[in-house]
Design a protein around this ligand. Structure first.
Ligand SMILES: Cc1cc2nc3c(=O)[nH]c(=O)nc-3n(C[C@H](O)[C@H](O)[C@H](O)COP(=O)(O)OP(=O)(O)OC[C@H]3O[C@@H](n4cnc5c(N)ncnc54)[C@H](O)[C@@H]3O)c2cc1C
Length: 421
């Protein structure tokens, strides 16, 4: 166990790798450019409120994220609000999973859904059963739209169920998104155990959810975490890897986003050059404390905003509503003030008598996730450079760019190193 290991990047992927390695007795040094840990899933401060760089949701199928949270003493039962799957567009559509054992929870969720007629409900059940019978394999991979066309899916069901699910899970519009990756997500959520489809809504900021406790865990196990250290140089010498003035390291986990990879290791640029990006916009709209949504999370039908979150119900930030717009779309062409005014109008459709906002702040992540298109080639964890491993939500995996994909990639990199040690 004399190997020294470095992790570059303290997002969920890098910290997952660091925790696994530290737990196995390795001394790990983590380098992070930002002063705040968590990468794209990190805390941000607006208007005196601690919020996130973008509102996130987790689901019960995020087994590795939940396992590692427990390992570092971040109790998911306390930090996440767990509710059975509830998909609601007020006045249009409501589907919620009853507390029944799998697969009845899914069948009954679809059968009892409000807003679909019987033929649409049976069509949705047939689609899920067809996926199950085919072991959730879609060969050859195609776009979600073409797959739904081939299954003759009714248009209302697409609009209210599959397309919002696709955008929420893959952050890619159905006409470009991989049907296979959507099927993977359906397999592990609606097609899995009942708890797997539960929604887990953070009740603390995303840095406090895992990254900060993970950093503490690494430090308690003899490692270091260095926020505010942007690595400028990574090179290999005969005695191992050197990071700026530090080293040598036997192994390095490179846990930066693909667009930061090439600057550190130009040899790997071709592995990620073909990735395209999808944005996510989060507007935090502050109203008087008494304003609340009918549910902690609601969909917006035919709006610019897709999902609304009541941060009062989630984390005691009363009057604060987060509106999320995933993937590219016409909203990106609007001036911010107009976008925010339209979002306010959409919240007003759901909350009668809504007063004007006291303040609004919008965070646009232009490269929130990679575009999850069919047959996307994603690089493996292990590189051809000895001792250099990749971790991140873009690394080869069944999953789209999510916290769970990031965490699993970090765990895979750590396990690769542990096997070599
Ligand atoms: C607005 C938004 C909403 C999202 N919503 C959801 C959601 O609801 N559910 C979900 O599961 N996922 C969601 N995601 C996706 C999720 O946040 C990402 O998949 C995940 O955070 C990626 O983690 P990562 O560790 O792979 O990469 P990153 O989080 O990008 O971490 C990379 C880290 O490397 C650091 N770094 C880069 N270069 C250097 C350098 N030279 N030296 C040192 N450090 C460096 C960066 O500062 C960063 O901290 C969302 C993403 C965004 C942006």
């Amino acid at each position: 166990m004399n190997d020294r290991v470095a992790v570059i990047g303290a997002g969920y992927a890098g910290l997952a790798a660091a925790v696994e390695l530290a737990a196995a007795g390795h001394r790990v040094d983590v380098f992070e450019a930002s002063r705040t840990l968590g990468g794209r899933a990190r805390a941000a401060r607006i208007e005196g409120f601690e919020v996130d760089n973008g509102q996130h949701i987790l689901i019960g199928a995020y087994t590795e994220t939940l396992r590692l949270m427990r390992a570092v003493g971040a109790n998911p039962d306390v930090l996440l609000k767990r509710t059975p799957l509830r998909f609601e567009f007020p006045g249009e559509f409501l589907m919620h999973a009853p507390r029944l054992p799998a697969p009845l929870h899914t069948a009954f969720a679809l059968l009892l859904a409000h807003g679909l007629d019987w033929s649409e409900k049976w069509a949705a059940i047939r689609l899920m059963r067809g996926l199950q019978a085919g072991r959730f394999r879609i060969e050859p991979d195609t776009t979600v739209t073409k797959w739904l066309d081939a299954k003759q899916t009714p248009s209302r069901q697409r609009r209210l169920l599959w397309e919002p699910l696709c955008i929420a899970a893959l952050n890619t519009p159905a006409e470009c998104a991989s049907a296979q990756v959507l099927a993977n997500v359906l397999r592990d959520s609606l097609g899995g155990a009942r708890e797997a489809s539960d929604l887990l809504l953070p009740q603390v900021n995303l840095s406090a959810l895992f990254p900060d406790p993970a950093a503490k865990f690494v430090a308690e196990h003899g490692g270091t975490v260095r926020p505010g250290h942007r690595v400028a140089s990574l090179h290999r010498e005969t005695d191992g890897w050197h990071i700026d003035e530090t080293g040598p390291y036997t192994h390095v986990v490179l846990a930066v986003a693909p667009y930061h990879l090439a600057a550190l290791v130009p040899e790997l640029a071709s592995r990620v050059g073909h990735f395209d990006w999808e944005p996510i916009v989060t507007s935090y709209v502050r109203y008087p404390d008494t304003v609340r949504l009918p549910q902690p999370m609601l969909g917006v039908d035919a709006g610019l905003a897709q999902w609304l979150f009541d941060r009062g119900a989630l984390c005691g930030q009363h009057g604060l509503i987060a509106a999320v717009i995933s993937a590219r779309g016409r909203h990106l062409d609007l001036p911010t003030a107009e976008l925010e005014q339209r979002i306010h109008g959409e919240i007003a459709r759901i909350v009668p008598g809504l007063p004007q906002p006291l303040a609004v702040q919008t965070i646009t992540e232009k490269r929130a996730t990679f575009a999850c298109v069919p047959d996307l080639e994603r690089p493996p964890t292990r590189t051809e450079l000895p001792g250099l491993w990749l971790a991140g939500d873009y690394v080869a995996s069944d999953y789209p760019a999510t916290l769970e994909a990031a965490v699993r990639s970090g765990v895979a990199a750590a396990r690769g190193i542990l096997q070599k040690s």
